[in-house]
Design a protein around this ligand. Structure first.
Ligand code: MRU
Length: 363
């Protein structure tokens, strides 16, 4: 992604061994790069959502292990680093995937080699994420192109997306938004409906920001608008991301995704999911019952934060004092509501057989 002429990934290692990230809690108002220098800082960045989005959470955790190994490369240091990072957020399975991959590489190494090996493993995870997402972009863009050809020239393809599964949620490109960026690059006319995504507004603040920087036509809508647009033929396809998808194709994603999938099914609108393979939980088969759903601080529901006309960032309360709130971060869309999973190896039905057809080594 280019910001003011400079190509950025969302996370990178600096020469001094620290790790640079973009503080997403400050977007869309400020573009601020923050340095992480320790395990604790990496864990805080994930917990407090300076970084978020399943693939980026995984990549940050990998870098977090590398930072931890600089301070304490012993077996107990490695064990502690993985435990601290694993406890930061429960739903995105990329976190566990990245920790298992890095710790698996380090376990057999002497302590003195661990910091370097962890940094190399974290860099590899980042490069792999970029390649995976670019491939998802190619496969997904073909779906968008097919709609464009059906609609005819001059008519933009209307894509609806929920939350932020774009560049900011990954190391580069995004998952749900990679097809949008590739289609845009290929000259296909499109327009994105951006769900605001309460309570944290990742759509309104992050997806809108990155589409805007990239010049992709888009419109931010309140979370409840999608069904109405679908009833009136104003959505050609939905593409969302995922934090964990079961081996049977149940898709866990940001809260509210399920309602969009229901509306899409009722209106015959195709509902696709950008799914990098590290987000597949091959050990789970029933998403509704098995996937842990994060519950977050109620202040995300009671309060709204934004910039005032004179440039100050302010938080205001929108609910009455004393009204209890609940804040579930994610929901599960059953596989039957999903038209297809867009993976780095191609598009498949949201079924065990569909996934195994693309990933036969998992049989
Ligand atoms: O709570 P968040 O902002 O980490 O949730 C992010 C999402 O739900 C994304 O849609 C998902 O991680 C897919 S990201 C490529």
């Amino acid at each position: 992604m280019r910001i003011d002429g400079t190509a950025y990934r969302t996370i990178w290692a600096e020469e001094d061994g620290s790790v640079a990230i973009i503080d997403q809690t400050r977007l869309p108002h400020d573009f601020a790069v923050v340095r992480l220098g320790s395990l604790e800082e990496a864990a805080h960045a994930i917990r407090a959502m300076l970084v978020r989005g399943a693939p980026l959470i995984g990549a940050t955790a990998a870098h977090g292990v590398a930072l931890a190994m600089r301070a304490d490369p012993s077996d107990s240091g490695l064990e502690r680093a993985c435990a601290v990072l694993l406890a930061t957020r429960p739903t995105a399975v990329n976190l566990r995937w990245a920790l298992e991959r890095v710790s698996g590489r380090l376990a057999a190494l002497p302590a003195v080699e661990r910091a370097g090996a962890a940094a190399a493993a974290a860099a590899a995870i980042g490069d792999e994420d970029v390649a995976i997402n670019r491939a998802i972009g190619e496969h997904g863009a073909a779906l968008i192109r097919a709609v464009a050809e059906r609609k005819g020239a001059g008519e933009p393809v209307n894509v609806l997306t929920h939350c932020n599964a774009g560049w900011l949620a990954t190391v580069d490109w995004g998952t749900a938004l990679a097809p949008v960026y590739v289609a845009f690059e290929q000259g296909i006319r499109l327009h994105v409906w951006v769900d605001e995504t309460r309570p944290r507004n990742q759509g309104a603040s992050l997806t809108a920001w990155e589409l805007n920087r990239h010049g992709v036509p888009h419109t931010v809508i309140a979370d409840n608008v999608g069904g109405h647009l679908m009833q009136h033929g104003r959505v050609d396809l939905c593409i969302v991301g995922t934090d964990r998808t079961t081996a049977t194709g149940d898709v866990c994603n940001k809260i509210g995704t399920y309602l969009k999938a229901l509306a899409a099914a009722d209106n015959g609108v195709p509902f696709y999911v950008g799914l990098p393979s590290p987000t597949i939980d091959w050990g789970m088969s029933d998403g509704v019952r098995q996937i842990p759903i994060e519950e977050r601080d109620g202040r995300e529901v009671t309060d709204l934060t934004g910039r005032t006309a004179d440039g100050r960032i302010e938080t205001v309360r929108v609910t009455p004092e004393g009204s209890p709130v609940a804040n579930f971060g994610f929901d599960v869309t059953p596989a039957r509501l999903v038209t297809g999973l867009i993976t780095e190896r191609g598009v498949c039905p949201a079924t065990r057989e569909g996934l195994l057809g693309l990933f036969p080594e998992r049989r």
